[in-house]
Design a protein around this ligand. Structure first.
Ligand SMILES: O=C(O)CCC(=O)C(=O)O
Ligand SMILES: [Fe+2]
Length: 292
């Protein structure tokens, strides 16, 4: 009971900091052996992946995604209960379910400049400030220091107030070790730091967004049914094998998780999955609006 109380109280402290400052660092979110084994699984992929092109991605940076099929340890990060409960608290008021927006590895090489400070929610058009669109989580695979390019975060730059500030203030470097999770809101100004050392800085970014948005990483292509078949139902739902009411992301009018079952019928038939307010509106119309 005491253990549960401790988890709950550290969750509420982290959530309070996330909402108040726009970011928080959850220490010991996962055992370091999970990060070590993920790092080892990704070694050959980092070695084979060319440097990025473009100012945003960084010319001395390597990135690749589809992490859930590159290492069995990646699911531990994506499904971390401590993180999911923070993300749910931020995003669930605006959606039925959250989804995975991205799971990408980022290696910043010596000599890389600091990244352009940005807000990740700008990937979507639409009004900003009334609610959050996403929560991002950086998981260091090497220690994060101010010298090697730890993510730089502008505290208080988030939400309606932060967005209207002319001066975002001074950035802090998210200094921490593998096992920690750096969480920040989609509206929080941030960017990778410059790497002034002679060793690469490695991390994973796991992002979650509102379930009705178009995700940054095309999850259905990264994890087609044959790949997602072995995922737990929770993981499969996060990568798109779940509908979002009303009927969003359906396959032949049904929940796309159907494609993960053994025998997918050839002819399926659509079934409504509406929000309760829509069901109520139609029930009410049945009684009041004359129909032919
Ligand atoms: O690598 C980092 O520290 C942050 C990267 C980032 O913010 C991004 O690519 O959107
Ligand atoms: Fe970013």
């Amino acid at each position: 009971m005491k253990f549960l109380r401790n988890i709950r109280s550290s969750r509420s402290e982290h959530l309070a900091q996330l909402l108040d400052q726009g970011y928080c660092i959850v220490e010991n979110a996962l055992p370091t052996r999970v990060l070590k084994s993920l790092n080892a699984d990704l070694d050959p992929v980092f070695a084979a992946t060319p440097l990025c092109q473009g100012r945003f991605y960084g010319e001395r940076t390597k990135r690749f995604a589809s992490l859930l099929r590159r290492s069995p340890s990646a699911a531990r990060l994506v499904l971390s209960p401590a993180i999911l409960s923070l993300v749910d608290a931020v995003l669930k008021p605006m959606c039925d379910r959250i989804q995975l927006n991205v799971a990408q590895a980022i290696e910043i090489h010596p000599g890389e400049q600091s990244q352009f400070p940005h807000r990740d929610h700008d990937m979507w058009q639409g009004h900003k400030g009334e609610h959050e669109y996403l929560v991002n989580v950086m998981w260091p695979l090497t220690p994060f220091t101010a010298e090697n390019g730890a993510t730089r975060i502008y505290p208080g730059s988030h939400g309606i107030e932060g967005l209207s500030k002319e001066d975002p203030g001074t950035a802090v470097s998210a200094v921490c070790d593998p096992g920690s999770a750096i969480c920040f809101l989609g509206s929080t100004l941030h960017g990778a730091g410059a790497n002034l050392t002679n060793l690469p800085r490695r991390a994973i970014v796991v992002g979650y967004c509102l379930g009705w948005l178009k995700p940054y990483e095309n999850q259905w292509l990264a994890y087609p049914p044959d790949v997602a078949k072995v995922f737990s139902p929770e993981l499969a739902a996060l990568v798109g094998y779940a509908q979002h009411r009303p009927n969003l992301g359906n396959y032949e009018g049904q929940c796309p998780s159907l494609l993960l079952s053994e025998n997918v019928p050839e002819y399926i038939g659509a079934i409504d999955a509406l929000r309760p307010d829509q069901e109520a509106m139609m029930a009410c119309a049945d009684n009041t609006v004359p129909r032919d």
